[in-house]
Write a protein that binds this ligand. Structure first.
Ligand SMILES: C[S@@+](CC[C@H](N)C(=O)[O-])C[C@H]1O[C@@H](n2cnc3c(N)ncnc32)[C@H](O)[C@@H]1O
Ligand code: SF4
Length: 462
């Protein structure tokens, strides 16, 4: 098991640059509109031949109110009927995809994300779930991971009962921050009682795992105030925590214009929040899995990491790396063998493609070449396990690791002198001080970055 992280302020300040989060390699910035629906159809046909199990992602983009910090693909409305045309389009998409896949493929993992999936009425939720069951064979409760993102303001005991009875067995709760001043500044008033009620319901209904989302870097947050939130969250004992770094990009996300830059914590305060958060969570028994993610030692993610079986995809860290990932709904991304394919990001285009043109709603994508696949394996290995043996990945391709990655090794040497990595022949290991900066090390192996050099496309690595 990996030991605790070592916080080294001077290294973190020096290396804290912008960089991708590597939920894919190449990153979504490289997807091209030359990738058309027929390419997606071909990729689905291959999956059918190989009969790989599936991981399904379903995007439900609706929210009843807007949180000013939010960077997700969402539609704000209080009218639940607004979901109807969207749900009709998803139905069409499911039919088109499953027609291509043939008889009911096995699904090992299902995740509903958003937006806010619990925005849907009970009737709409049942309909969507039953539709998936009609077209896919969901593994049983023991083998399958069925998770849903829940906004505690948009759920209650009956909703939790419904979700469990349908088959969901994991939940992810948005909390962000319990502090009332912070909540007011981001337009997300959420009482502790509301959140606790969902925890109680999840435990009583035997959900297998609870994840909590928090964000650091929100307006008016201080180290002290965030640690108070963290204390309350630790008392609730979630299995996993995602602690996201707030990226203030008001030019890209309109609601963020309602957040005044002068109310944001300074860069120094933000680092202090993160440092104390890590110390606090480690002292409470949580393991740092990797980028933003912490888990209890008996959680599946921590176990998979110990066994060297962890993967990373668009849903973050996952234990279902062997599955083909099919994304359904607006903006969703599929990962099928050596292809990434993304659906339309505007709900109008998404619905139109399905309803008017009877066509899969693919907007863009990419087919990976041998170099992409090699670099993807190396980046995956680094980001999930913090070490990689270059020779292991190069030998099967008859590639000489030393000459192929000569430039990368040269770039790694100063990082080795700084104590971020150790290099032993073809083996690169990220140290306890380097783990927080894993994105920087992955960036060395990213051959696209040179072309798209530092831009505000990516968030800061810390
Ligand atoms: C789809 S939401 C979660 C479900 C539900 N809508 C909710 O808010 O409770 C996904 C998560 O993304 C995170 N998030 C959204 N916008 C963010 C931003 N600009 N920076 C960092 N994290 C963000 C939040 O932690 C949020 O809980
Ligand atoms: S954080 Fe969740 S509830 Fe808030 S706007 Fe974003 S998706 Fe909707």
């Amino acid at each position: 098991m990996l030991g605790p992280l070592k916080w080294q302020s001077s290294l973190i300040e020096r290396y804290n640059q912008q960089g991708p989060r590597y939920t894919s390699y190449p990153t979504a910035v490289e997807f091209s509109e030359a990738f058309a629906p027929e390419h997606y159809l071909q990729a689905l046909a291959k999956i059918k031949q190989q009969q790989t199990p599936l991981s399904l992602y379903v995007h439900v983009p609706f929210c009843a109110s807007v949180c000013y910090y939010c960077g997700c693909n969402k539609i704000i409305t209080k009218n639940r009927q607004k979901a109807l045309p969207y749900l009709a389009a998803i139905e069409k998409e499911i039919q088109l995809v499953s027609k291509q896949l043939g008889c009911k493929p096995i699904v090992e993992q299902l995740h509903w994300g958003g937006g806010t999936p619990t925005f849907l009425t009970h009737e709409q939720t049942i309909q969507l779930f039953k539709l998936l069951e009609q077209h896919f064979q969901l593994a049983d409760d023991f083998d399958g991971d069925y998770s849903i993102e829940i906004d505690p303001r948009e759920a209650d005991w009956p909703t939790m009962g419904l979700l469990r009875s349908l088959g969901f067995n994991r939940i992810s709760l948005g909390i962000q921050d319990f502090n009332p001043t912070v909540q007011k500044a981001v337009n997300r008033l959420q009482s502790e009682a509301e959140t606790e009620a969902i925890f109680e319901a999840a435990r009583a209904l035997m959900f297998k795992s609870i994840n909590v989302d928090l964000i650091y870097g929100l307006p008016f947050q201080t180290t002290k105030s965030f640690l108070e939130t963290l204390d309350k969250v630790v008392q609730l004992a979630p299995d996993r925590l995602s602690i996201f770094n707030y990226a203030h990009l008001p030019h890209r996300f309109k609601p963020q214009r309602r957040i005044k830059a002068e109310n944001l914590p300074s860069a120094k305060e933000k680092l202090s929040i993160l440092q104390h958060t890590i110390e606090h969570l480690q002292a409470a028994g949580y393991h740092y899995i990797g980028m933003d993610h912490f888990a209890l030692p008996d959680d599946k993610l921590a176990i998979a990491q110990n066994k060297g079986e962890l993967h990373r995809n668009f849903q973050g860290y996952t234990t279902h790396g062997h599955c083909s990932l099919i994304g359904l709904g607006v903006s969703s991304i599929s990962q099928l063998g050596d292809n990434y394919c993304q659906n339309h990001t505007s709900v109008e285009d998404y619905i139109q493609s399905l309803e008017k043109h009877n066509q899969l709603p693919i907007k863009r994508g990419i087919q990976l070449n041998q170099d992409d696949l090699l670099r993807r394996s190396i980046i995956q290995q680094l980001i999930c396990h913090f070490h990689v043996d270059l020779a292991k990945y190069c030998q099967p391709l008859n590639i000489n690791w030393h000459s192929y990655f000569q430039d990368e090794l040269t770039q790694l040497h100063p990082m080795a002198s700084d104590g971020l990595v150790t290099i032993d022949d073809s083996k690169i290991t990220i140290t306890d001080s380097g783990r927080l900066l894993v994105r920087n090390i992955c960036m060395v192996f990213d051959s696209y970055l040179a072309k798209n050099q530092p831009s505000n496309l990516f968030s800061k690595v810390i």
